[in-house]
Design a protein around this ligand. Structure first.
Ligand SMILES: Nc1ncnc2c1ncn2[C@@H]1O[C@H](COP(=O)(O)OP(=O)(O)OP(=O)(O)O)[C@@H](O)[C@H]1O
Ligand SMILES: [Mg+2]
Length: 312
């Protein structure tokens, strides 16, 4: 077996984490993804997203397992990886008594850059995220969305090509979130972004690859197409409650909106579509979304008695 780790890949082999109090946050997480574009890790509160993010960004030691990024070992090659990394933790907030330019300049100085270069890069990055008019205002006078953009400006200015952002869009209004998405997508064109999020539509919209974590286990990881192909029934047909339908392979349930929801395969969805068109019943049919996949996979875990979510 080839044990070498090809460059251009993040590879995780059996990463587990048990905290000092005995809490097992990660069981044995294994996956491999290319280090380009955006990888989004999703999962419920307490699923282990922050723990995995901190381990891969070398801030926390795993209890067991191994991980490499572009062939560099997170334990043995930490200094070399750190030079290439920028990390914004879940609780990472703009320093209130500094302006965006001051804060980013300080960060770059701390990373070892000279003052002049740091100052120029900071100002440029602040402009790039659309905060040019607020570059010298104290962060405490900026809105939550502007503060988040300041944090993104910081990782842009760092020049790091391995970027870890734990819940970058939490608490943002829909427009600010969309603006942030555009920035992240732009950033993901040239660098590798590892993000966590609770917004499934965000992961679906901006991520090239998605990992679903539940109770310390990675249930699935891959592109949307790969995740869809894991589903036996990859089409969802929605029709008014109580609609009479012929039997097809798959499952019928009541959706959150009270509509009848049939998860079936392509043939099943075509058969149902013909049936409903003939009877002039309004319906919609789509490929499964990340929502459908998430609820299915995490729901199965809960049904099978595995515990999930935050617990003491
Ligand atoms: N320092 C710690 N000591 C003990 N247990 C911890 C510690 N940090 C996290 N945990 C526990 O490990 C589990 C995973 O936590 P983690 O913060 O990784 O989850 P998360 O997916 O990021 O959750 P959230 O979506 O709420 O941010 C949780 O049960 C949490 O209570
Ligand atoms: Mg977290």
């Amino acid at each position: 077996m080839d044990r070498s780790t090809p460059a251009g890949e993040l590879r995780c082999e059996g990463i587990a984490k048990v905290y000092e109090d005995g809490k097992r946050a990660l069981s044995s997480v294994s996956f491999a993804i290319p280090t380009r574009g955006i990888f989004a890790l999703i999962g419920r509160n307490g699923a282990g997203k922050t723990t995995l993010t901190r381990i891969l960004s070398t801030l926390l030691e795993p209890s067991s397992g191994r991980a490499t990024i572009d062939g560099l070992d997170i334990m043995k090659d930490e200094p070399r990886l750190r030079e290439r990394m920028a990390v914004v933790p879940q609780e990472g907030r703009a320093v209130p008594w500094m302006s965006p330019v001051q804060m980013i300049t300080s960060y770059l100085l701390w990373r070892g850059m000279g003052y002049r270069e740091a100052r120029t890069k900071a100002r440029k990055a602040v402009g790039l995220v659309g905060l040019g008019d607020h570059a010298d205002k104290m962060n405490r006078r900026l809105s939550g969305g502007m503060k988040r953009k300041t944090m993104v400006a910081m990782v842009i200015a760092s020049g790091a090509d391995l970027i870890f952002l734990d819940e970058p869009s939490t608490g943002l209004d829909p427009i600010s979130r969309k603006e942030l998405w555009d920035l992240l997508v732009e950033l993901g064109r040239e660098r590798f972004l590892f993000i966590t999020t609770h917004y499934l539509e965000e992961a679906e919209a901006i991520a090239d690859r998605i990992g679903i974590l539940n109770d310390g286990n990675l249930l699935a990881s891959g592109t949307m197409d790969e995740l869809r192909s894991m589903m036996r029934y990859d089409h969802v047909l929605r029709a008014p409650a109580g609609t009479d339908l012929p039997p097809v392979p798959g499952e019928t349930m009541v959706g959150q909106d009270g509509h009848m929801q049939v998860m079936t395969d392509r043939e099943g969805s075509m058969l149902l579509s013909r049936h409903l068109i003939e009877r002039d019943v309004e319906f919609s049919v789509n490929q499964v979304t990340l929502d459908d996949i998430f609820y299915r996979l995490v729901g199965e875990e809960l049904d099978s008695g595995a515990e999930g979510g935050e617990k003491d």
